[in-house]
Write a protein that binds this ligand. Structure first.
Ligand code: C2E
Ligand code: MG
Ligand code: MG
Length: 578
């Protein structure tokens, strides 16, 4: 790719705009040639039919050839008119040339060949010349009007730079033609303060001055890249950089825009310096979609802006998206908590004879479009952002109240299993929360179970152990969730005060694929029994797995095969129907 971009190459903003719109308006050139050839064929047929005495038979009648001259004459005129209408100046000149060449030939045929049948052709030819001159005059006016409309449509009124519409046309074209480019979004720093303290007029002057400087950089060619800059709205601009060889080229170009802005703005009557933040993403590397590229460069731009580190240029990276999603999910969790929108479902657990053991409460949260956000996504965010105890407590309160009432009404011995985060468990008032929960819901302590994930638990076992022992003393059961994923040592397991081991779904999935996998699950179950725990298998999805689990002595199962997570009312029906 060439790095030179001097103005002799006409790589300016205006030339780019003109090219885009010339392309948009153009009719395929091949049509031009087809019309011209048709014109010559029609003219040729007219000339032979007019001078020939031959005739052709149609429906048993003999018709002289010259009767068809009118048809071909009309066809030839339609061709020149279309060429004039659709092919601008080129079409007009071509049409006029062929008509002027044709005119003396017809005149010669009339006067020298004494061929009076060609006389109407003379008038036709003169009329056609007059018509295409009129069409051309009209087209010139329409074109000028369209050009002014187009200029208005693609120009930002305040700064005279191209606007949002223009830059999207360019981006779409580059994406269509697969031409690599960097999309840079720019936002002035502290522009609101300028507007608030010095008024809108000064704010506008700053925008106009910035636009003027940036246009000079883009058109000057000193960046070595091929640039196009547009104003989107307010103090937001977008820069499209092409013809770079490396990331350094892009950064160097952006630095020139930064430097141009940073020069003191004394010419607008104030002695101040303005800066901006620049974020960029790359086509096709980061995305092939325009909206996504804009979102990505905005992410980078806001990240560098919010850092306030003195640096002003940032390239998009995939981590930013994760951070953004985390932030988004955090806001959704807060909203759900504030508006009592954290929901739960109850997944049944059974013994091997299909007798109901109880339910695991699983948190649910609805997105704005009504779909569920997976707890696998929002629970880790809640853990990271310190919201997990509020989420847990919302589920605890609702599920325990519902199941407590169910137990009161039916006398059922079902167990309610609650997932608890270790962070939550280690809060100093956790024990008080659990005893309050038992008191308020009326659920008997021995029908309440807390699930602690193995992998998280072993990291914090020392600190958590006291609390777990206290919970156990209350009569509440303890389950070790996702067992097998956390590499617990045997000695630690032996001393852990749990009742139940939950074998992780990943082991159950593999269990029937090989004998060794089956032996592995069998060994976990035996180990659990030796340690004095009951064992439940999670994520059991088919009848073969149930058979295998019966063979190797599993105590309980939980999985889609016998029950997906249910709405509380449906779980209630399951209890009352027993
Ligand atoms: P978990 O505690 O291991 O819960 C079991 C997960 O496996 C649930 O996913 C459940 O819907 C799913 N599952 C059960 N049987 C099957 C099956 O046969 N096939 C398949 N494909 N999946 C099955 P869910 O509800 O998405 O929960 C994911 C994780 O989120 C839970 O894993 C738990 O670690 C966490 N979680 C859920 N609710 C809470 C809560 O209230 N508090 C805390 N701290 N964590 C929660
Ligand atoms: Mg669980
Ligand atoms: Mg689990």
């Amino acid at each position: 790719m060439g790095k030179s971009a001097d103005s002799s190459n006409r790589k300016t903003i205006d030339s780019t705009l003109k090219r885009i719109y010339a392309q948009k308006r153009s009719v395929p050139q091949v049509m031009f040639w087809i019309l011209l050839v048709l014109y010559f064929i029609a003219t040729f047929i007219i000339s032979i039919s007019a001078s020939s005495g031959a005739s052709i038979m149609i429906a048993g009648r003999s018709l002289p050839m010259y009767t068809f001259a009118g048809v071909f004459s009309s066809l030839s005129h339609i061709c020149v008119v279309m060429i004039t209408v659709y092919y601008g100046k080129q079409g007009f000149v071509s049409a006029l040339t062929v008509l002027f060449i044709q005119l003396p030939l017809i005149l010669m045929s009339v006067f020298m060949g004494h061929n009076l049948t060609s006389l109407p052709g003379v008038f036709g030819n003169i009329m056609a010349i007059a018509v295409i001159i009129l069409i051309r005059r009209n087209n010139v006016k329409i074109d000028a009007y369209q050009d002014s409309l187009r200029t208005q449509a693609v120009t930002d009124i305040l700064t005279g730079l191209p606007n949002w519409f223009a830059v999207t046309e360019l981006i779409e074209e580059l994406i269509r033609k697969k031409i690599p480019f960097a999309l840079v979004t720019i936002d002035m720093n502290g522009f609101k303060i300028i507007n608030d303290t010095m008024g809108f007029d000064t704010g506008n002057e700053v925008l106009v001055e910035a636009a003027k400087r940036w246009k000079a950089v883009a058109d000057g060619g000193a960046t070595g890249t091929f640039d196009f800059i547009a104003r989107l709205s307010g103090d937001e601009f977008v820069l499209v950089i092409r013809e770079f060889e490396s990331d350094d080229d892009i950064r160097n170009s952006i630095r020139m825009y930064e430097a141009a802005l940073n020069d003191q703005m004394d010419n607008i009557g104030y002695d101040f310096f303005v800066s901006a933040s620049f974020g960029y993403s790359l086509f096709p590397y980061d995305s092939g979609d325009m909206d996504e590229l804009i979102t990505f460069s905005n992410l980078a731009m806001y990240e560098i802006k919010n850092e306030r580190s003195g640096e002003h240029i940032r390239k998009y990276s995939k981590d930013m998206q994760k951070k953004e999603r985390t932030l988004e999910v955090e806001v959704k969790i807060k909203n759900a908590l504030d508006n009592d929108k954290v929901l739960y479902m109850l997944q049944p657990q059974y013994d091997m004879n299909h007798k109901l053991r109880g339910f695991e409460a699983l948190a649910r949260m609805k997105d704005d479009d009504g779909s569920f956000i997976s707890p696998a996504e929002f629970i880790p965010v809640a853990e990271k952002t310190g919201l997990i105890d509020r989420v847990d407590s919302a589920v605890f309160g609702k599920a325990a109240t519902y199941v407590g009432n169910l137990i009161k009404e039916t006398g059922s011995d079902v167990i309610l299993s609650l997932n608890v985060s270790v962070k939550h468990l280690m809060k100093k008032d956790f024990l008080v929360e659990i005893s309050n929960l038992i008191a308020s819901s009326g659920i008997p302590a021995e029908q309440l179970e807390l699930e602690i994930t193995e992998s998280i638990m072993i990291e914090s076992v020392e600190k958590a152990m006291n609390c777990i022992n206290e919970i156990r003393k209350m009569g509440v059961k303890i389950a070790i969730d996702d067992f097998g994923t956390g590499y617990s040592s045997l000695s630690y397991l032996n001393s852990f005060p749990a009742h139940l081991l939950k074998v992780d779904k990943s082991f159950i999935d593999k269990m029937n694929t090989s004998d060794s996998s089956k032996q592995y699950v069998a060994a976990i179950i035996t180990l659990g029994h030796v340690m004095g725990f009951n064992v439940i298998s999670e994520g059991v999805e088919d009848a073969d797995q149930i058979e295998t689990l019966k063979d190797i002595g599993c105590d309980y199962i939980q999985g889609y095969v016998w029950g997906k997570p249910l709405l509380p009312e449906d779980a209630g029906k399951l209890v009352t129907s027993v």
